[in-house]
Design a protein around this ligand. Structure first.
Ligand SMILES: [Zn+2]
Length: 152
C-alpha cells in the first residue's frame, strides 16, 4: 500500500482507540500510532519513510529484505514488551498499534506479508497504487469523516 493509505488507515484506528480507551496523553498516543504506521517500510528505500532516511533504508533492505522480518508480528510485540519493561506501556501500545495497522493493510495487498516471518504468506487482492487501493482509501476517508462528525 502507499504511505498515504497506511497513514489514513492508522488515523482511523488511532482515532477509534483514543475515543474508546482513556489514555493519559491522547494526542501523543495518536501521533505515535500514526507515525508507527510508516515504520515497517523503512525496509524499502522507495517508501515514504525509506526515502527520508536513505541510505539507511538501503542497508536495512539489504539485511532484512522488503516485507521480511520488519513486516512480521515480532517487531510490534517487541515494542509492547519494551514499553512494559520501561514502564511506559501506553507508548509501546501506541507504536505496536500503528505498526500492526501497517501490517494489516499490507496483508490486504497482492504481495502480502509473512506475519510470522518465515511462516506462510497472508495476502489479499489489493494492488499497491491500483484502483482497488484508491477505492479502499476513499471508503476509509468517508468512514473517518463520518466517525469524526459523529464523535466531535
Ligand atoms: Zn509495508
Amino acid at each position: 500500500m502507499l504511505g498515504i493509505t497506511h497513514l489514513l488507515f492508522a488515523v482511523v484506528f488511532a482515532f477509534l482507540f483514543v475515543n474508546i480507551f482513556s489514555f493519559s496523553h491522547p494526542i501523543i498516543f495518536f501521533l505515535l500510532f500514526c507515525f508507527a504506521a510508516l515504520l515497517p517500510d523503512v525496509d524499502h528505500p522507495g517508501s515514504t519513510l525509506g526515502r527520508k532516511i536513505w541510505p539507511l533504508s538501503s542497508v536495512i533492505s539489504f539485511f532484512f529484505g522488503h516485507r521480511g522480518f520488519l513486516h512480521s508480528i515480532f517487531v510490534p510485540l517487541g515494542f509492547l514488551a519494551l514499553g512494559y519493561y520501561l514502564d511506559v506501556f501506553w507508548i509501546g501500545a501506541a507504536i505496536a498499534g500503528g505498526y500492526c495497522a501497517h501490517l494489516v493493510s499490507d496483508a490486504l495487498t497482492l504481495s502480502g506479508i509473512r506475519p510470522f516471518w518465515l511462516g506462510p504468506k497472508v495476502r489479499g487482492i489489493v494492488k499497491t497504487g491500483g484502483l482497488l487501493e484508491m477505492v479502499f482509501f476513499f471508503l476509509m476517508l468517508v468512514f473517518f469523516v463520518w466517525l469524526f462528525v459523529e464523535t466531535v
